[in-house]
Design a protein around this ligand. Structure first.
Ligand SMILES: NC(=O)c1ccc[n+]([C@@H]2O[C@H](COP(=O)([O-])OP(=O)(O)OC[C@H]3O[C@@H](n4cnc5c(N)ncnc54)[C@H](O)[C@@H]3O)[C@@H](O)[C@H]2O)c1
Length: 259
């Protein structure tokens, strides 16, 4: 018996760096998995690799019609939807607010905020039909402070916190829990490849050396927390926010070492 036997999990951006780790882990724990996203080739390859209980579905999280189709396909394939992971996300090219154009601002908020809003909206009736379930929204440690040059991304992830809390209040009585994870700096294409419109990647200027656990996070670091929050072990946890950052938010540890 594994934690997600007879349950169906939809992960947005499910073929990405963290998303594919989440999909593999839910599948290994018995779930039917739906890989939702724009990267059809990677999604299909992952579904093929997993074999039974896995399906890749085209899902553009910015589009309400795309969401309806994805939730419908999930229910018709696997008979229900129990867990939604709003993982898809994009970052802006680094720039001061005064140098950020409105199109960039809107592009980031469309995916990170509107995508999460539409996901909760589309999944709610299906989660009710399944007699309850869980939504986990992936935000960021950048949602807990300010970060120069990342205004659209920071603002979008702060908004995800408000959505999480509001959805948790609205859905708790239906047995639907809604929580947020704040990853720190995780080794995925997100930090190793420049954002659209940028020439440098986050990994080019970020070093984990000064922090409490001096390494980049791995997708599996986020996955293990996610599986806990999505599982019945967290049945009294809703509207909460969990940081998985190796102590990044604590600040540098090097001064303490020198003392
Ligand atoms: N990697 C990090 O350091 C880090 C830190 C904090 C938070 N996050 C968040 O973690 C989540 C996963 O990021 P990742 O590190 O796996 O990066 P990633 O770039 O590997 O994955 C992001 C995924 O989102 C998908 N996506 C983008 N726009 C989409 C859309 N309109 N519809 C559907 N899918 C779309 C991409 O195709 C990709 O598969 C994101 O929400 C990101 O903001 C990442």
């Amino acid at each position: 018996m594994t934690r997600f036997d007879n349950q169906t999990v939809l992960v947005t951006g499910g073929a990405g760096g963290q998303g594919s780790s989440h999909v593999r882990a839910f599948h290994a724990e018995g779930a039917n998995v739906v890989i939702g996203g724009l990267d059809a080739a990677r999604g299909a390859a992952l579904a093929d690799e997993l074999g039974t209980r896995a399906r890749s579905i085209h899902l553009d999280v910015r589009d309400e019609g795309s969401w309806s189709a994805a939730v419908h396909a999930t229910e018709s394939t696997f008979g229900g939807l129990d867990v939604l992971v709003n993982n898809a996300g994009v970052q802006n090219p680094p720039a001061l607010i005064e140098d950020t154009d409105q199109a960039t601002w809107s592009r980031i908020l469309d995916v990170n905020v509107t995508g999460t809003f539409l996901g909760i909206k589309a999944a709610t009736p299906a989660l009710r039909r399944a007699a309850g379930g869980a939504v986990v929204n992936i935000a960021s440690t950048m949602a807990l402070g300010g970060t120069a040059h990342y205004a659209p991304y920071v603002a979008s992830k702060w908004a995800v916190r408000g959505l999480t809390r509001t959805a948790a209040l609205e859905l708790g009585r239906d047995g639907i829990r809604v929580n947020t994870i704040h990853p720190g700096v995780i080794a995925t294409p997100f930090i190793h490849e420049p954002a659209a419109g940028a020439t440098t990647a986050i990994a080019d200027f970020y070093s984990p050396a000064p922090f409490a656990i001096p390494r980049l996070g791995e997708p599996t670091d986020v996955t293990s927390l996610l599986l806990f929050l999505a599982s019945s072990e967290a049945s009294f946890v809703t509207g909460s926010e969990y940081v998985v950052d190796g102590g990044l938010l604590l600040g540098p540890a090097l001064q303490a070492e020198a003392a």
